[in-house]
Design a binder for this molecule. Structure first.
Ligand code: SF4
Length: 484
C-alpha cells in the first residue's frame, strides 16, 4: 500500500491503475498526485507471504553446526526469530551485523567483520550462513566482496566456511529465500566426484514431521540420500540436560559437498520449473539429473513421488506404503458424504497451495479461491496441471494479501479455509473452520508436527478436514446430534 497523508491506494495489475482502497480520508488527492506508476510495483496491506531471509535462516538451521547470520538491522533477526520460535517452539539464534545509521550510509563491512568474528568465537560453528536483508540490499552491499575483505584482514581467524545468499525481501517471499539458500549451499560447498549412487532430495519449506517422513521413505526404497535442509531435529528436538548453543542434527557438510556427485536430484515445487534452483544448478554444473515434482500432497502427487523412487531405486513401492494408500482411499469413501461439494479458500506459499488444491479436488471439495503472496507467474499453470479437476471459475490470485481476501471471502461462501494461522481473522468473521497447515501456525501447538506429505500426510489432512466440518455442523445445529 502507498500511504499518503490523504488516501490509501494500491496498484491494480489487472486494470493497470492505482485505485483507492479506503477507509477513505477526507479529501482524496487527484490520482495523478499519487506515486509514479510502475509495472513492477505491487502493494499490499497484509501480505500473504513472509520475509525472504526467514526462509534462508530456516535452511541454515537445517545444516549441522550452522549459525544463520543476517547482514542488516537487528530488528530483522528479531522478527524472524519471533516467527520461527512461535511456530517451532524451539530456541532459534540468528546473529546480526546490527546496522545503525552509519552502516546504512557508508556500508556495513566493519559490522560484518566484527559480527562474524564474534560468532566464530562464541559458537565455534561448522558453518555460517549469511543472508542479506532489505536494507543491506538497498544500499548495494556486495557479499562476495565483504567476504573477500574479511578473509584478507582476518584470514587466520576464519575457522569455518561462510556461505552467502542475497535475500532482499522486496524481491520475493520466504520461499524464494529458502530455495536461494539451498542453491547457495550446493553451489558454494558442492564438489564434483565419482558418482556415489545417492539421491539429493530438496523438499522445500515443509514441516519437521514431513522431513521425518521423507527420511523414513527413502531408506525403505534402499536409497542413500542427502536431504537438504533437514531441520527435523534442530527445530523439533528433544529436551536437553544441558543447554545446547547449537541444537544437534541437520544436514552434514560432507553430505552437502557430495551433492555434486549424486546420482540424481529430486526437487519439490511445480512453480520452480523455470527457476535456477539447487537441482538446476547441480544439473548444469555437475551433470546430476534433476527431477522436478509437485509437493507430494494427496494421492496423485504422492503417486508421482513413489513412482519416481521406484524408478531410481529399481524397487517396487514397499507394501507398507501401498497399504497406507489403500486405507486412504477407503477413508475417502467413508467420509465422502460429509464433504462432497464443500467449498474452500486455500492460501499460502504457491507450491503448498498447488498441492492442497490437488488434494482438495481429489476428495470432492471445490477450491473457490487459491491465493498466494508469491509472484512466480507460474502459479495458475502449476495449479491446473496438478489439479485438472479444478473448476475454470476458481479464482487464482498471485501477489494477493489478506485484506483483499477478507473483502472477497464473504461472496465466495466458503465452508472452510485452509492455510496458515494468519487467516484466522477471516475464518472467524465468516464463522467457518480454519484448517491450519504450512507456516506459520502461531495459535496452536504442534505446527512443526503437522504432516502434509505422502499418503500418511493426506490421511491426516483428510481426517482433520472432515472432522472440522462435522464439528462445525454439530456446533451450529439446534438439535445437538451426537451421531452424524
Ligand atoms: S526489513 Fe526486509 S529483511 Fe528486514 S524483517 Fe522487514 S522484510 Fe524482512
Amino acid at each position: 500500500m502507498i500511504a499518503t497523508s490523504h488516501l490509501r491506494v494500491r496498484w491494480r495489475e489487472d486494470t493497470d491503475a492505482i485505485v483507492p482502497v479506503g477507509p477513505g480520508p477526507t479529501v482524496p488527492p487527484p490520482m495523478e498526485d499519487a506515486e509514479p506508476r510502475s509495472r513492477h510495483f505491487s502493494s499490499t496491506r497484509n501480505a500473504c507471504k513472509l520475509c525472504t531471509p526467514l526462509g534462508a535462516c530456516l535452511v541454515f538451521r537445517g545444516v549441522e553446526g550452522c549459525v544463520p547470520f543476517l547482514h542488516g538491522s537487528q530488528g530483522c533477526s528479531t522478527y524472524i526469530r519471533r516467527y520461527l520460535i512461535s511456530h517451532f517452539r524451539e530456541p532459534m539464534d540468528i546473529a546480526s551485523s546490527n546496522f545503525h545509521e552509519e552502516s546504512a550510509i557508508f556500508g556495513g563491512s566493519g559490522n560484518f567483520q566484527k559480527g562474524v568474528l564474534n560468532v566464530l568465537r562464541q559458537y565455534q560453528p561448522q558453518l555460517i550462513g549469511a543472508a542479506t536483508t532489505c536494507l543491506a540490499e538497498t544500499i548495494g552491499e556486495d557479499m562476495p566482496r565483504l567476504l573477500h575483505d574479511l578473509r584478507e584482514k582476518h584470514g587466520d581467524s576464519i575457522t569455518a566456511p561462510i556461505v552467502t545468499v542475497s535475500t532482499a525481501s522486496y524481491r520475493g517471499t520466504q520461499i524464494d529465500g529458502f530455495h536461494a539458500a539451498v542453491k547457495a549451499l550446493v553451489e558454494q560447498l558442492g564438489q564434483p566426484g565419482e558418482k556415489t549412487g545417492a539421491v539429493n532430495l530438496f523438499p522445500g519449506m515443509v514441516s519437521a514431521a514431513d522431513l521425518r517422513l521423507l527420511k523414513e521413505i527413502l531408506p525403505d526404497f534402499g536409497l542413500n540420500y542427502t536431504l537438504l535442509p533437514d531441520y527435523s531435529e534442530t527445530m523439533d528436538g528433544e529436551t536437553w540436560s544441558e543447554y545446547e548453543k547449537l541444537q544437534s542434527g541437520g544436514t552434514a557438510l560432507a553430505a552437502i559437498a557430495a551433492t555434486g556427485s549424486a546420482e540424481a536430484s529430486i526437487e519439490f515445487g511445480r512453480t520452480l520449473a523455470n527457476t535456477e534452483t539447487a537441482g538446476a544448478s547441480l544439473q548444469k554444473k555437475f551433470n546430476v539429473p534433476r527431477h522436478l515434482l509437485g509437493l507430494p500432497i494427496g494421492i496423485r502427487e504422492s503417486d508421482a513421488f513413489f513412482a519416481l523412487l521406484s524408478v531410481l531405486s529399481g524397487r517396487e513401492t514397499p507394501v507398507k506404503y501401498s497399504r497406507e494408500r489403500g486405507r486412504l482411499v477407503d477413508s475417502l469413501i467413508d467420509g465422502h458424504k460429509y464433504i462432497f461439494e464443500k467449498r474452500a479458500i486455500v492460501y499460502g506459499e504457491e507450491d503448498l497451495v498447488v498441492g492442497l488444491a490437488s488434494f482438495l479436488c481429489e476428495i470432492g471439495v471445490t477450491p473457490v479461491l487459491c491465493a498466494s503472496g508469491g509472484r512466480s507467474k507460474h502459479f495458475e499453470k502449476a495449479l491446473r496441471d496438478a489439479a485438472p479437476a479444478l473448476p475454470a471459475e476458481t479464482l487464482v490470485k498471485e501477489v494477493f494479501d489478506f485484506a483483499e481476501m477478507s473483502e472477497l471471502a464473504p461472496s465466495l461462501k466458503p465452508d472452510f479455509l485452509i492455510g496458515s494461522s494468519k487467516g484466522y481473522q477471516i475464518a472467524r468473521s465468516l464463522r467457518v473452520p480454519l484448517i491450519r497447515v504450512g507456516f506459520p501456525i502461531h495459535d496452536r501447538i504442534g505446527g512443526q508436527r503437522v504432516l502434509h506429505l505422502g499418503y500418511r500426510g493426506a490421511q491426516e489432512l483428510y481426517d482433520r478436514v472432515v472432522n472440522a466440518l462435522m464439528d462445525a455442523k454439530q456446533e451450529t445445529s439446534t438439535v445437538g446430534y451426537a451421531y452424524l
